[in-house]
Design a protein around this ligand. Structure first.
Ligand SMILES: [Zn+2]
Length: 323
């Protein structure tokens, strides 16, 4: 026999309204235990987000009471505009609770389809789509500052351009490769990686350079398949070139093949979730993918969901609906 739960009768005796308050309180307690905070504002304080004027960017302000929603209000010393700690973040006037958003982030980090998010979290498809856009917005330009070093494996992988495949009126071009979107990838032995869209079909030397030049430290060693399109980049950055030969007995070859094959496999499985989505957002998906890979890599140092929360709270971005 199971133990008697002393709260069971009590919980069943509550009205629907009382019960929903109870659930909210329980959620907050769970969040407090897991993340040390119970709201976005508390998270912003915990991670030391600075109150910056959203209008003029000034940091000088004085505290000025509270908003009707109960948020601490700041008044800009320079332009006298009033704002809150979250004015310039994706949480500005957010209606979703911290608890729900943390579940959203958890599911999103496994790249589950939007419909599943709606179903599990009991949110509308508009809300679900809006939060995905907001979260993608915070990784805009995320790869810009990533720089790989040491021994770096570079390669390309290809995806079908669904926008072309879906257009019945446009004749399919001959030679499949022109219809494929090229993604240039690079990964170093510390598992830093980048994935950059580089037009359609097989890339030229210039396209490889444009995609990777800013992401590779001068003087690194580049391991690649020996395609001539890589030479411009290698020369420009004074890198050593090492052409791998398919040799299943060479442990170094196997190690790098495994790294890049894993990455490409992940990438393809990941992108597959977005079939039917606007292909113009592909670079956003790639940025999010690279961001998650980095969180996974450092998971032992930094619990993943908490790290994502910190990132979201500290990123300045005012998401505007573009319809
Ligand atoms: Zn100002």
């Amino acid at each position: 026999m199971s133990e008697i739960n002393p709260y069971e009768d009590y919980v069943f005796s509550l009205s629907d309204e009382q019960f929903s308050y109870l659930v909210q309180a329980v959620d907050k307690r769970i969040d407090s235990k897991l993340y040390g905070v119970t709201s976005f504002e508390e998270a912003a304080l915990r991670y030391e987000r600075k109150p910056v004027c959203p209008k003029c960017g000034s940091l000088s302000n004085h505290e000025d009471g509270y908003t009707p929603g109960g948020h601490k209000r700041y008044r800009c010393e320079d332009c006298s505009c009033s704002y809150t700690l979250l004015s310039d973040s994706i949480f500005n006037s957010a209606k979703i609770s911290l608890h729900k958003l943390m579940s959203y982030i958890q599911l999103m980090s496994f790249n589950v389809p939007l419909q599943l998010l709606c179903e599990v979290l009991d949110i509308s498809s508009n809300t679900s789509e809006l939060w995905r856009k907001k979260i993608f917005e915070t990784v805009n330009g995320y790869q810009d500052h990533l720089k790989l070093y040491g021994t770096i494996r570079i390669d390309e992988t290809y995806l079908s351009d669904y926008s072309i495949l879906h257009n019945q009126f446009e004749k399919r071009k001959r030679g499949l490769s022109k219809d494929l979107i090229c993604i240039v990838t690079a990964i170093d032995s510390y598992k830093n990686m980048v994935a950059i869209i580089s037009g359609h079909g097989k890339p030229s030397s210039k396209r490889i350079k444009d995609a990777l030049e800013s992401h590779i430290t001068e003087g690194s060693t580049i391991i690649h398949d020996g395609d001539r399109s890589h030479n411009g980049l290698i020369k420009k950055l004074n890198c050593a070139s090492k052409v791998y030969k398919a040799d299943s007995k060479d442990p170094e070859y196997l190690k790098y093949m495994a790294l890049i094959n894993n990455m490409h496999g992940w990438l393809k499985r990941y992108i597959w979730r977005f079939i039917g989505m606007d292909i113009n957002n592909l670079q956003s998906y790639l940025n999010w993918f690279i961001y998650l890979q980095r969180c996974r890599r450092d998971n032992e140092k930094w619990p993943k969901t908490e790290r994502i929360l910190r990132h979201l709270v500290l990123t300045d971005t005012r998401f505007t609906r573009k319809y």
